[in-house]
Design a binder for this molecule. Structure first.
Ligand SMILES: Cc1ncc(COP(=O)(O)O)c(CNc2cccc(C(=O)O)c2)c1O
Length: 399
C-alpha cells in the first residue's frame, strides 16, 4: 500500500485492503484474510477469480504466440470473431482492449456511417448520450460527461454530443429527429451513476425511435453484459438487437484486457484498412481467453444463475431494510445491484459501512456518496449469499 502511495499517481482512493490471491468469489489479502469480493472488478470477473479454464487458456496461448499485431493474421482471431458474431447475432467484430477504446471505436464507426451512409454534412454529426453516463475516461468520452470530477480542467472537449435525461423517452423523441443525429449511446443500466435501472420498455421505445429516424442504437454493455444482469445482455430483457454493441470487462473473465465492437456489415464496412485499430487489438491471447470466458458463461449457465441469485440477494436485502432504516432501499437486476444508504451523498456513512464490511470479510465500495454497489462474481452460491447477507445485516445493525 505504501509503495502505491509513494510512487503512484493519486488517481484512486481504494478501500485499504492489499489483495494477493483470488479464487471464485473470494480474495485474500497479504495477511491471509479471506473476503467475499462484492465488486468483481466492476463486473470484469463475472466468471469468478482465476477461473481454471480461462487461466489455462491464458497459460497455453502465452507459451505459443502472444502478439503479432494485425500486420499478419493469427490462428485464434478468426475463431474469436466467428464465436462472438454467432453468439451475439451481429455480422462483424472489431476487437480492441479496454472498454473506453471500445466506446471510442463505436463513436468513430457511428460518425463515419453518418457521413458515408446516412449522408449528413461533414463534421456535423451528433451522438445523443444520457446525463450521468459513464463510458470511460478518454478526453472524447469525458467531453460528454456531466461528472465534475471527470471533466474539470481536462478541456478543451470534443464536440458533437447531445445530453438528455436518462429513462426519459420524450427527451430522446425531441432530439432524434435532428437530421444530423447519427447515434444514441446508452448504458442499459447506468452502472457508475449508481445502478440506475430505466423504466420497463424505455430501451425498446428508444430503439424504435432510433430505427424510425435512421439513427444507430449503440448499446454499451461493458458493465451490464455477459450475464451480469441475469441475461446474456441487459438489452435481452427487451429483445433488442442493437446497431452497435460494445463489450468489455468480463469478455476475458478478468484475466486480460479485451473489448470488442460488433455491428452488421452495412455499418462495420465503412471502416477500411488503415482507418482504425490498435497494437494489441485482436491478439491471440485475447482471442483464446475470450472464447473460453464466453464458453464458461454458457456452459455454467451464469445468466440464469445470476438472475436467480440476484433475486435472492435483493429479497434478503429488502428484509434487512425492513428492520434497519440505514438501508433505504435496494435496486438492480440479476447480480448488478446497489444499496442506497439513508444518508446524504456528502456523508461518509457509506464509506464507513464499507470499512466495517471489510473488517467482517466482505469487500464493496461506494459509488457517488451514499450508494454501495453489490456485484459479486456470478458463480456465487446461495449459501455464500446467505453468509454475505449475515455480514451485511450485522454491519448495518451497528450503524
Ligand atoms: C458502462 C461502461 N463503459 C465503459 C467503461 C470503460 O471501460 P474501461 O475502464 O475498461 O476503459 C466502463 C468502466 N467501468 C468502470 C467502473 C468503475 C471504475 C472504473 C475505473 O475506471 O476505475 C471503470 C463502464 O462501466
Amino acid at each position: 500500500m505504501d509503495l502505491e502511495k509513494q510512487f503512484g499517481a493519486n488517481n484512486y482512493h481504494p478501500i485499504p485492503a492489499v489483495l494477493q490471491k483470488g479464487k471464485g468469489v473470494y480474495v485474500w489479502d497479504t495477511e491471509g484474510k479471506k473476503y467475499f469480493d462484492f465488486l468483481a472488478a466492476y463486473s470484469a470477473v463475472n466468471q469468478g477469480h482465476c477461473h481454471p479454464r480461462i487461466v489455462a487458456a491464458l497459460q497455453k496461448q502465452s507459451e505459443e504466440l502472444t502478439l503479432t499485431s494485425r500486420a499478419f493474421y493469427n490462428d485464434k482471431l478468426g475463431p474469436f470473431m466467428s464465436f462472438l458474431s454467432h453468439y451475439f447475432g451481429l455480422e462483424k467484430v472489431l476487437p480492441m482492449n479496454t472498454g473506453a477504446e471500445g466506446v471510442e471505436t463505436a463513436i468513430k464507426l457511428c460518425r463515419k456511417w453518418g457521413y458515408e451512409v446516412k449522408g449528413i454534412n461533414k463534421n456535423k454529426s451528433k451522438i445523443v448520450v444520457c446525463e450521468n453516463n459513464f463510458h470511460g475516461r478518454t478526453t472524447t468520452i469525458i467531453s460528454f460527461s456531466n461528472d465534475k470530477d471527470a471533466t474539470e480542467n481536462f478541456g478543451p472537449f470534443t464536440e458533437g454530443f447531445v445530453k438528455i435525461p436518462y429513462s426519459n423517452v420524450s427527451a430522446l423523441e425531441k432530439v432524434v429527429k435532428d437530421p444530423e443525429v447519427v447515434g444514441f449511446l446508452v448504458e442499459p443500466i447506468q452502472g457508475e451513476a449508481g445502478v440506475y435501472v430505466p423504466d420497463d420498455g424505455y430501451l425498446k421505445t428508444c430503439f424504435e425511435l432510433c430505427k424510425s429516424n435512421n439513427v444507430l442504437f449503440i448499446a454499451d454493455e461493458i458493465q451490464t453484459g455477459l450475464a451480469r444482469t441475469g441475461k446474456r445482455l441487459a438489452i435481452d430483457y427487451e429483445n433488442i438487437k442493437p446497431d452497435i454493441l460494445i463489450l468489455g470487462k468480463a469478455l476475458s473473465g478478468g484475466v486480460y484486457p479485451v473489448s470488442a465492437v460488433l455491428a452488421d456489415a452495412c455499418i462495420m464496412d465503412v471502416i477500411k484498412p488503415g482507418q482504425h485499430g490498435s497494437t494489441y487489438g485482436g491478439n491471440p491471447i485475447a482471442a483464446r481467453v475470450s472464447i473460453e470466458a464466453l464458453k464458461v458463461i454458457e456452459e455454467e449457465k451464469l445468466s440464469d444463475h445470476s438472475y436467480k441469485m440476484g433475486a435472492f440477494l435483493r429479497s434478503g436485502l429488502d428484509n434487512i431494510s425492513k428492520k434497519n432504516n440505514i438501508l433505504n432501499f435496494v435496486r438492480g437486476k440479476g447480480l448488478m445491484n446497489a444499496m442506497i444508504i439513508n444518508d446524504t451523498p456528502q456523508s461518509d456513512t457509506a464509506w464507513n459501512i464499507c470499512l466495517a464490511l471489510k473488517n467482517k470479510g466482505l469487500l464493496a465500495k461506494p459509488t457517488h456518496g451514499n450508494i454501495i454497489r453489490l456485484s459479486p462474481p456470478l458463480v456465487i452460491t446461495k449459501p455464500q449469499l446467505e453468509e454475505a447477507l449475515n455480514i451485511i445485516s450485522d454491519v448495518l445493525k451497528s450503524f
